[in-house]
Design a protein around this ligand. Sequence first.
Ligand SMILES: C[S@@+](CC[C@H](N)C(=O)[O-])C[C@H]1O[C@@H](n2cnc3c(N)ncnc32)[C@H](O)[C@@H]1O
Length: 377
Amino acid sequence: MLWMSGSTGPTELVQNGRSRVGPDRRFRATAEAAMGCRPGASKLEFMALPSPPVVAGSGACLPESCPGETLVGEVLLAWRRSLLAQGGSSSDLDWLLDLAGGVRWSDLQRLRLDPSISISLERSCQQLEAIWCRHLQTAEPLQYLVGLCPWRDFELRVAPGVLIPRQETERLVDLALASLPAALVAHLQHGGPAGAGKHDEPALLWADLGTGSGCVALALARALPRAQGLAVDCSDLALAQASANLARFALDGMVRLRHGDWWHGLEPWWGQLDLVVANPPYIPTALIAGLEPIVRDHEPRLALDGGADGLAAIGAIAAGACRALAPGGVLLLEHHHDQSPAVLELLGQAGLMAASAHPDLEGTLRFARAYRSRSDG
Ligand SMILES: C[S@@+](CC[C@H](N)C(=O)[O-])C[C@H]1O[C@@H](n2cnc3c(N)ncnc32)[C@H](O)[C@@H]1O
């Protein structure tokens, strides 16, 4: 397998009443299959669709509908079938219907059982069909066309130029939280005595290197509201997107965004970082050409290309970790499916301790953790 993600495929997983089935977004070679980015909740705002022009579609089964208008289930199901007849996967189409049309997976199940039920759409069939046809024609990710990507328990804005968050990266957040003492996490969540900093100083300083859309930073800020965060990227587009996402959740005061090259940008905090997470680019350059067009042709190469062996960014991050982490601080990295031994070696060579490998939800070792020694002050 060439993919570097490990997500749920198009199965009947449901969260918050919405299907987790989603657009196929694994970083994989063209012959390989399936991943999902799961829907969450809330209202939709479409990004303006730039050129090339949206194609109207066959229109053969196109019901006349306006946003908010109700459709009889039978009509909607026939229209859905006509869209699928044009190409694409049912999981991707159902993701679009759910996230952009407000038709949840559970609604579709209900309509199949009783097609006489009516259902209202949040967008017109014409709008949804236009997005679908454009996706089929150009292989643009549905997330970019809709402008949203559900991730963990929230929805992020996404746009071309910034990596679409992958489902397996959610695990990086879980691992980061699990790497902290439970009493400290409880304090950072709810307050209270355990692990509190002196004089109201935050009891934990964390950083997200290569923040992209800000997904990991947002998740950490939500999980640890009493900690302070830093998020770095060398892409202005990524920083703008992360800033917008943090602001949407009123978390911009908790996370400082910095433009920089990995640790460079965080110099004022070197030696003080208790927790650092990074999902750096790690695909070997030679594999980029073989990725699915939906990834290769539409997602930023800066977020994908890890150099000749895929380890350029990971090597740079490991090399600077002992200087930047606080004594006892922890570093967590996501990496490609076959890089675990090499990443552990890089972490050890950099002087970090207790390097360990961690699996994704499919059991593939896709994460590494290591610590700066406590006595290394
Ligand atoms: C694989 S993406 C991860 C984005 C986000 N953290 C996520 O998990 O979806 C890697 C990110 O690293 C950024 N990046 C690449 N090279 C960098 C560098 N030298 N310094 C800082 N950020 C860099 C890219 O712009 C991109 O946003």
